[in-house]
Design a protein around this ligand. Structure first.
Ligand code: MG
Length: 252
């Protein structure tokens, strides 16, 4: 079921998303060598609560795993997504870290992610981050009323391939708003002209997860890693499909 949101629902989804945009901007200044992902997580939880929200990932359940313990997913280097914050994970010069966060506020959800450089990073890492951010921008541009989900997937996937990179297998974007994860799934590669039709009033989380060396993934509990140990980057926005350009909701 793909939900079309009413104007009052969109206002609430926008408000939840706004907290995320502000948080991701604020974290940029904290992401320096020596800080642990646990400290980032503690900061994020207070930040969200002070703004009337609750972390949407904390306590999230999937069969066979303990509920997710963090406010943030903190995914370092070859970790693609769902990295668990830890006192032992201390950021080092040259790392890249993907931070993914969901917020529920007044009953409605937003979801976004960004990858950050820790100090000075390699040109290879920097190029991967740029390509992933640009892939997201292409996906957002394709998300217009009357287009199809496959148009987003194709825009994202074709750009990733053009840069010589790989979208991580089995990990997709999704509808968002009334729930954290709604239909439709939004794969990061696919055929233009296929899939569900997009309509103004849909709220979607588009999220390319891009690997340098291979599309293959290895799951270790919650955490997904690139199978060959190469770097991965992740950018995500929650957006509103409109009759013109999509509105990016999770911008500060
Ligand atoms: Mg998401």
């Amino acid at each position: 079921m793909i939900y079309l949101k009413s104007p009052s629902e969109i206002t609430k989804i926008r408000a939840a998303s706004q907290v995320i945009g502000e948080l991701l901007d604020t974290l940029a200044d904290m992401i320096t060598p020596g800080i642990s992902t646990w400290e980032l997580d503690r900061f994020a939880e207070s930040f969200i609560q002070e703004r009337g929200g609750k972390p949407a990932f904390k306590g999230y359940k999937i069969p066979g795993l303990k509920p997710f313990p963090g406010t943030l997913c903190t995914s370092l280097n070859s970790c693609i997504v769902h990295g668990i914050p830890s006192k032992k994970a201390i950021l080092k010069e040259g790392d890249i870290i993907g931070i993914d966060v969901g917020v529920i506020k007044a009953g409605y959800y937003g979801d976004a992610a960004r990858t950050y450089a820790v100090g000075q990073i390699s040109s290879e890492a920097s190029r991967l981050m740029d390509a992933t951010r640009t892939a997201l921008a292409h996906g957002i541009q394709a998300a217009v009323d009357g287009a199809r989900v496959g148009d987003i997937s194709h825009a994202v996937g074709a750009y990733i391939a053009s840069q010589g990179y790989y979208p991580a297998d089995d990990l997709t974007g999704h509808g968002v708003g009334r729930q954290l994860h709604e239909d439709p799934q939004i794969p990061n590669s696919g055929k233009a002209g296929y899939g569900p039709r997009l309509e103004a009033g849909m709220t979607l989380a588009i999220e390319p997860m891009v690997n340098i060396g291979t599309n293959r993934v290895i799951e270790k509990g919650w955490e997904f890693f690139v199978a060959d140990g190469s770097l991965s980057a992740h950018y995500e926005h929650s957006i509103l499909v409109t009759s013109a350009d999509a509105e990016i909701l999770t911008k500060a």
